[in-house]
Design a protein around this ligand. Structure first.
Ligand SMILES: [Zn+2]
Length: 492
């Protein structure tokens, strides 16, 4: 595998997000959400990239459990009631998640980098949910941007985040120094950030807010602040990632998930024709399995035909089950047959650290890689894997020579005297359409693989060889079923 990008991950700790609000939004009962919020936010270090105390993740979890069990009877009762929700029968594991999210941001980043040694570049997406979930964050968004920049510098070439934009915050702070667009621009222009994250399921739509959400008294003003963001991103080649599945966190459960509907983006895409948009999760892996004919993925693929729309594989939880995986890949095949452009626009992504509640999450890369390799082996052009796992993201992110992100980052590395990563030195030129030989000589790719990386990197480890045999023993699924029709390849 050549250059690998995880374009959908997160690095936040419990102080950065409204934990209670997020858990309620994921339909976790209120008393469990409150308990977990208090404990996790109490344990998480607020500032600094270095661990503030020698407490290990395991000890922190012990502290969490002991705190629950050794205090008063009321807490004991709450804990007993919480048990089925903390470790659900279907394998959802909030303890592992708690271990991760109570670390310092640096510990969290290091865990992710170590766990996914195959990945060269991560683009963690920040989220700003505070004003929608009736819960507060302990560390402000501008301070979080400063904290994440420390990671950009600590792991040169490996981490370039997306800044969040909340239209409600923009409306409330319009004309002040706390306008989130100011923070977005500062992050992009001065701090090594490369994109913007939006989360419509919090309570807004990409445009026409007054019409679609008339019961929110502020909604009539969301369009204007969003337009300012789109204008900036369109002219400055700043990619946007938007949550795009009916699941995930919904500020109004059962209602606001629909605000992520991909078709709501079309008027924006028509107006801002250069905008690069990642409609994340490809409409939702769960939905692709449970309602393969009506899921949003078809609409996302339709948008790809006319606009610079991309998607990612983030939170691929269906892969924990072979049957679900088969249905997912069959759905993907159906969509690919109608929209072959899909393989030039789909990108590898994990949604780590959200996936740490899932079983086998440590093997996410390998499971996803194997599933897609089998899919590609069923008749897709050579080079498709390379594009799905890295090159499509490089194009989306504008990290090839001549793009504004490429220039901004080149200047950032020079100004801060950081070692220039290989991918920014120009060695990786333009992405290569699938089916054509890579312009990059193999020797250059080998030097790329061998280039010094962060500590814990293991790109060419023994484990990789061991995995090969595992991969071979897996049965092929997916695209072979769809061999009936060989779609024409479309050039980029
Ligand atoms: Zn996510």
């Amino acid at each position: 595998m050549s250059f690998v990008v995880d374009c959908h991950c997160h690095i936040f700790n419990a102080d950065d997000v409204p934990v209670e609000g997020m858990m309620r939004a994921r339909k976790i009962p209120g008393f469990v959400s409150v308990l977990i919020d208090r404990i996790l936010q109490g344990l998480a270090p607020s500032y600094g990239v270095a661990p503030p105390s020698p407490i290990s993740a395991d000890n922190r979890t012990h502290a969490l459990v002991n705190h629950l069990l050794e205090t008063d009877d009321e807490i004991k009762r709450l804990y007993r009631d919480a048990q089925p929700h903390i470790r659900l029968n279907d394998g959802i594991d909030y303890i592992t998640w708690a271990k991760v999210i109570t670390g310092s941001r640096r510990q969290i980043a290091q865990t992710m980098l170590d766990q996914f040694g195959e990945v060269d570049l991560f683009t963690p997406l920040m989220v700003d949910m505070e004003l929608w979930l009736n819960d507060t964050i302990n560390v402000s968004i501008p301070q979080q941007i400063i904290e994440l920049e420390k990671l950009v510098r600590a792991f040169p070439g490996c981490i370039h985040p997306f800044a969040p934009f909340c239209p409600r915050r923009a409306v409330r702070n319009a004309g002040t120094a706390n306008d989130p667009l100011i923070f977005v621009k500062d992050a992009i222009e001065n701090r090594g950030f490369i994109g913007v994250k939006l989360y419509p399921a919090m309570g807004f739509v990409p445009c026409n807010n007054a019409t679609i959400i008339p019961n929110d008294p502020e909604s009539a003003r969301y369009d204007k602040v969003l337009e300012s963001l789109y204008e900036y991103c369109d002219s400055e080649q700043v990619p946007i990632a938007a949550h795009c599945s009916p699941g995930g966190a919904e500020a109004q459960p059962g209602v606001s998930g629909a605000y992520g509907n991909p078709m709501l983006w079309e008027p924006v895409l028509q107006k801002y024709s250069h905008l690069r948009l990642n409609l994340a999760h490809f409409g939702g892996g769960k939905q692709m399995v449970e309602s393969p004919d009506t899921c949003w993925s078809h609409d996302i693929a339709r948008l790809m035909e006319n606009y610079s729309v991309y998607t990612d594989m983030g939170y691929f939880s269906c892969l924990r089950d072979d049957r679900a995986c088969r249905i997912y890949l069959d759905t993907l095949t159906d969509i690919y047959e109608d929209h072959p452009i899909l393989i030039d626009r789909m990108m590898y992504g994990t949604d780590w650290e959200m996936i740490t509640v899932e079983p086998k999450q440590e093997q996410y890369y390998q499971i996803t890689h194997d599933a897609f390799q089998n899919w590609c082996a069923g008749g897709l052009p050579s080079g498709t894997m390379r594009n799905l796992f890295g090159q499509n993201a490089m194009q989306f992110l504008g990290l090839t020579a001549g793009e504004k992100n490429f220039s901004r980052l080149s200047a950032y590395y020079a100004k801060n005297k950081l070692t220039l990563p290989t991918w920014l030195s120009g060695a990786m030129a333009a992405p290569v359409p699938a089916g054509q030989p890579a312009a990059q000589p193999r020797a250059a790719m080998l030097s790329l693989a061998a280039a010094p990386r962060r500590s814990g990197g293991r790109k060419t480890s023994v484990r990789a060889h061991e995995r090969t045999s595992v991969r071979k023993s897996r049965t092929s699924a997916g695209i072979q079923r769809g061999k009936k029709k060989q779609p024409k390849r479309r050039s980029r």
